[in-house]
Design a protein around this ligand. Sequence first.
Ligand code: MEV
Length: 428
Amino acid sequence: MPVENSRIPGFYKMSVEERLEKVRELVGLSEEEVELLRRWGGLDPRIADTMIENVIGSMPYPFAVATNFRINGRDYLVPMVIEESSVVAAASNAARFMREGDGIRSFATEPLMVSQIHLVGVDEPYVRGYRVLERKREVLELANSVDKILVQLGGGARDLEMRVIETERGKVLTFHLIVDVRDAMGANAVNSMAERVAPLLEEITGGRAVLRIITNLADRRLVRSNVEVSKDALGGEEVVDLVAETSAIAAADPYRAATHNKGIMNGVIAVALATGQDHRALEAGAHAYAARGGQYTTLSRWYKTRDGNLAGTLEMPMAVGIIGGATKVHPIARIALKILGVKTAKELAEVMGAVGLAQNFAALRALATEGIQRGHMKLHAKNLAIMAGASPEEAVKIAEVLAKEGPVTFDRAKELLEKLRRGEPLRA
Ligand code: MEV
């Protein structure tokens, strides 16, 4: 059920139990779901053992909820799984700047995935390739015989395209089978279709299909997100200019673009992990898309509008599903999808694009103003204190002092812990 309002002031200050109770109330989690979250995602060994091979245990990551998101006029609580501190706080904080009006606007294209069939040893590849295209209908029908349910749901193979690639071993005749995969991520569907049609393509072309597999450069399945943040909310035009400057630098410099895009992926992958997506596919697609013009560049751009506000746009592949794979098998991923309340894979892609854009904004704003280390240091200090043996309560006190006085080191954290336990004041 969609949340009416994702703005929950003071959420970050609540205890874990209080937060869980709040989310339960807002999205209507069942007792069983609450219990699963309380058990820190304790994955049933029988389920884990069906997911991958050679299982000997499971490894829990923190599961959090980002607040404040308003996307296409709807509020969302966004589940995020990530090991890096500050990401969830930054996303929630950025989303607060972006709640005006409809909030972040985000639109995904139809869920079209592409499977490739690479044929070698084809004599006159263009001539033979066209013979295949002449029989396109037959190829598509054969592809669609693989997954009747997908076709019933309105999906299925839509088109067939041909390319001839020059490789170091000669020409390779390549077909792209374009498939509407509806609410699935689609890898299984398109891979099976490629395997099914390959023998026919071999027969028509006289070649040999050496590859029959999805491309993760999912450039037919894009999400486009955009937002405008008022200069007043940002503290003036100077900040707008600085953020736009960081964006221009990243767009021109692949070394910076990689880090800029990493900031986007912090948000995208955290939601991907929470909802059980194939996050490697998302990473591969994102970076390949960023390099599609021949030089690696950014997936987002920020610029100053005529009114002096900050506008941001993001465009990237977003191959995600809400059926199949871990999304349905992993109980926590199912809860994550319930918290999110998305109805289609397209809607999930739209949310993830919006989160990527917000995460990116948070990083650029921090970099352009105070730098990110201050926020990071406090959490880093807390981690060091825990490593030094502090309880979570002690760690909060130690981190406060450690981050303020600097340098933030393990030895100093240990010293402060000893002081605290001797009942001495922490500050000099
Ligand atoms: C850190 O995880 C992400 C950033 O480096 C992103 C960026 O530099 O834009 C802060």
